[in-house]
Design a protein around this ligand. Sequence first.
Ligand code: F6R
Length: 244
Amino acid sequence: MTYIETKTYDQMAKKAANLLSAQVLTKPHSVLGLATGSTPLGVYRWLIRWYQKDDVDFSQATTVNLDEYVGLGEQDPQSYRYYMNTHFFDHINIPKERTLVPCGTAADPEAECRAYDRRIEALLGIDLQLLGIGRNGHIGFNEPADVFIKNTHVVTLSDSTVTANARFFDSPDDVPRRAITLGMGSILQARKIVLVANGAAKRDIVREAFTGPITPRVPASLLQLHPDVTVLYSEEETPQEVSV
Ligand code: F6R
């Protein structure tokens, strides 16, 4: 594991963007695993800037998002598909049909999970997975539990995640209680992992995840077993102009 601590949020975001950019430069048809939330916003902003300067080209890449709320469609501003379109995909040259996000409005969410795993398998897995981390150690929506779940699955969000994500909704009651998430197996199978975290409130969980015991109570701790993880941390809170 490589641990890099930067002074500012933007330095952290730029380093992560550099790793994604290098991935696409060295392998144009890369499969990039992507995350939503506040933390990666600066990463996407740097990538958009470099795309606009002609320094990075996404035309042959494919992206696979980690998760989506059950019940939210792509027109819903709180859906992760909407977030990805507005914060990244609409501003770069990736064909939309090669941007995969689980379908939150699938009639059968369980069947959607199985189909999502088959699509990832058909892509021969993820080359580089960008991750954030929840304050409770979740990655994707793999919440603290008694066991690690390997495949894409429907999860009931923990109270702490619902509370943390309520900032994006008008009221905590509007936060969906269920989500589809990539499982720990698919995340671990990514050939490279880049985890970004910032803010004082994430310092302890980052330390616990990467130096504490490997336990499903701290899902990110499983990343200790991965041979190519880069953790980028900045104590600086997400600046106002970046946050959603
Ligand atoms: C979202 C995701 C989540 C977030 C985590 C941190 O796609 O995978 O695990 O990365 O909840 O969210 P922020 O960055 O908003 O603190």
